[in-house]
Design a protein around this ligand. Structure first.
Ligand code: NAP
Length: 327
């Protein structure tokens, strides 16, 4: 008999076909995620769950799904999962690292360039019928080449940003608890403390995971440290940046611009005043959303799920060494 699993949203066929072949799977077809109650109801008798970042997985959830042995998250970030609670119950957790690194860094750079060169404002200007002639002072932006990029977090995506910055001849500073002297040479990076990072960056790009320590770490005090001409880019997780502090910093000219793919909350309320600011560019959490990458993510998530169900080590484990123990 095939193991029972719940797939909490339709994912690309490249992964879904594998899941359907190996498992007795129910797939949630709605555009919106299942509520917590529905997620529990659907997973109660399942051995595996293919989850999304909108699904909160914690001890209370796991205790109501006693057969669950593996949670395969369709994302590299896993802040929606209480990993300790999973480990304590012998539930293996997997994520999708690596395959989305370049796609996400491409998008972070897209946000950086859109903000620096005011691309969305330009489009709005044309659409509004305001384009009458070539203007010497029209929509002046900021140069990217030669500017200083500050990377908050130098993991996979932060490093991929540094590679891109090299092509723009940028000076690149980074802060990460783990100093990467190997990469410093290869990518021409300078390791600095947090204060220096915020003070010197022309572009400050966030690439840390969401943890209790990083929650709200980009806040009013940090905006005050930044250059008034600085541009913030956040393609990591919304709550790392305090939304209201960002709104005030943009409104009051503490910093010049922000380009974000993630917000807190998500989605951002449509009546939030930050959406009225012209120096704010926002996208609906699509940094990894290329056809190829979402297909690769689906495949890894499926491989994690199936390995966990077989009692094997997950190809991309979060709690390495936890081989699904539940029977
Ligand atoms: P990663 O390889 O784990 O890199 C994260 C880096 O941040 C690590 O080097 C980590 O250092 C460092 N870090 C942790 N806490 C820090 C702190 N307090 N201050 C400074 N650095 C800190 O992860 P990744 O693959 O690059 O992905 C990064 C994040 O991007 C993910 O967690 C996810 O939330 C987000 N993401 C978003 C999208 C999107 O669609 N917008 C797509 C992909 C990823 P240590 O290893 O020493 O802890």
């Amino acid at each position: 008999m095939k193991p029972k699993v719940f797939v909490s949203r339709r994912i690309p066929d490249r992964g879904l076909e594998k899941v359907l072949e190996f498992c007795d799977a129910e797939v949630w077809e709605d555009e919106l995620p299942p509520s917590r109650e529905v997620l529990i109801e659907k997973t109660r008798d399942c051995e595996g769950l293919l989850s999304l970042l909108t699904d909160k997985i914690d001890g209370e959830f796991l205790d109501q799904c006693p057969k669950l042995r593996v949670v395969a998250n369709y994302a590299v970030g896993f802040d929606n999962i209480n990993v300790d609670d999973c480990t304590a119950r012998g539930v293996a957790v997997g994520n999708t690292p690596g395959v989305l690194t370049d796609t996400t860094a491409d998008f972070a750079f897209t946000l950086l360039m859109s903000a620096a060169r005011r691309v969305v404002e330009g489009m709005d200007y044309v659409r509004a019928g305001r384009w009458k002639t070539w203007g010497p002072m029209l929509l002046l932006g900021r140069d990217i080449y030669g500017a200083t990029l500050g990377l908050l977090g130098l993991g996979r995506i932060g490093s991929a940003m540094a590679e891109r910055a090299k092509g723009f001849n940028m000076r690149v500073l980074y802060y990460d608890p783990y100093r990467r002297e190997d990469l410093e040479k290869e990518l021409n990076l300078e390791y600095v403390d947090l204060d220096t990072l915020f003070e010197q960056a022309d572009f400050l790009s966030v690439h840390v995971p969401l943890t209790p320590e990083t929650n709200g770490m980009v806040n009013a005090a940090r905006f005050k440290q930044m250059k008034k001409t600085a541009i913030l880019v956040n393609s990591a997780r919304g709550p790392i940046v305090n939304t209201n502090d960002l709104y005030e910093a943009l409104r009051d000219g503490e910093i010049a611009y922000a380009g974000v793919d993630v917000t807190d909350p998500e989605p951002i309320q449509t009546d939030h005043p930050i959406l009225k600011l012209s120096n704010f560019v926002v996208c609906p959490h699509i940094a990894s959303a290329s056809i190829e990458t979402r297909g690769r993510m689906a495949e890894i998530a499926a491989d994690n799920l199936i390995a966990g169900l077989k009692g094997e080590a997950l190809p991309a484990p979060v709690n390495k060494g936890v081989i699904a123990k539940r029977k």
